[in-house]
Design a protein around this ligand. Structure first.
Ligand code: R5P
Length: 295
């Protein structure tokens, strides 16, 4: 391992230059992967736009029942037509999501903490690769805690899942956790996203920050951005617009969709930004028009 002393600060990100090993495949960093991986990635990232709207409703894995997700069986079928990928636990998927839905599946495979713990950074791999195969998961989501107490075990979890994923051509989605102890700076997100990509993740989920274009440029796989805590709809759409403008390959939004007063229209508005080139102002104007008589 290199000596930590005297390390120069990275600065030449060449943000204007496109990724140089794209080949003819639409997913960043995936040009050299095999057919099975590419097939799964094509169910996540729309080949026409190269982007994705992932809908995260895996919150129950540590929060239990959450506002907006009290009845997964009622909520998910309404939202599914407006998003590309459903990100959830196997319990939620098997009990409440019809197998007939065509969406891609991001299967959460780690767990181990709950809202009752102060330190959420200790997890285990809770889903075996055989179950991800049985469920035809398009990627496996692993929470990682860079810089936290549970860093080593989460890197161990991530490595196990990536190794199993390579055996059966299922991509791994590394999720950058943030918490009390972890900064939300570009310095932290450059470190965390790059570590996850170099570990072998095919997709990384992270957060928006200042100098986001540099975070994107330094990460050789697609970034999808979490929505985070519930914001007013206008602000959430601005966040979606900024991340797409900054070079993210999509969003993986949860609360800003399912806790919206109008979740279906909110998902559609996000979709307009991610896939149709709408600005945040255009998407919000559409949202307001669609919901005007129900506000
Ligand atoms: C990440 O920690 C989990 O996937 C969360 O359940 C998800 O990211 C939360 O999404 P949001 O912050 O948009 O509600």
């Amino acid at each position: 391992m290199a000596d930590k002393e005297g390390i120069k600060v990275a600065k030449d990100y060449h943000v204007e230059e496109p990724f140089a090993n794209q080949g003819d495949f639409h997913v960043k960093g995936a040009n050299s992967l095999d057919w099975g991986m590419k097939k799964h990635l094509s169910r996540i990232f729309d080949p026409k736009t190269g982007r994705t709207v992932m809908f995260a409703f895996d919150h129950g894995y540590f929060m239990g029942s959450t506002s907006g997700l009290e009845r997964l069986d009622l909520v998910i079928p309404k939202l599914a037509p407006h998003v590309d990928v459903l990100m959830a636990t196997r319990g939620a998927l098997r009990t409440c999501v019809p197998a007939s839905l065509p969406n891609g599946i991001a299967l959460r495979v780690t767990s181990g903490s709950s809202m009752l713990n102060d330190d959420l950074s200790h997890e285990v791999v809770a889903v075996e690769i055989e179950d991800a195969i049985r469920m035809n998961a398009d990627c496996m989501a692993v929470q990682t805690f860079i810089g936290a107490d549970g860093q080593l075990s989460s890197i161990d979890n991530l490595s196990r899942v990536i190794n199993a994923g390579f055996r059966y051509s299922i991509p791994t989605l590394g999720v950058v956790a943030v918490g009390k102890e972890m900064e939300r700076t570009d310095r932290f997100f450059k470190l965390a996203t790059r570590i996850l990509a170099e570990m072998g993740c095919q997709i990384v989920k992270t957060y928006y920050c200042d100098n986001f274009e540099e975070v994107v440029a330094a990460c050789p796989v697609p970034l999808v951005i979490a929505g985070g805590k519930k914001l007013p709809e206008k602000e959430a759409l601005t966040l979606a617009y900024r991340v797409i403008q900054g070079g993210a390959a999509g969003v993986d939004m949860g609360r800003n969709i399912f806790q919206s007063v109008h979740p279906v229209e909110m998902a559609q508005a996000v979709r307009k930004i991610v896939h149709e080139g709408a600005t945040d102002a255009e998407a919000y104007a559409w949202y307001e028009e669609m919901t005007a008589d129900r506000s």
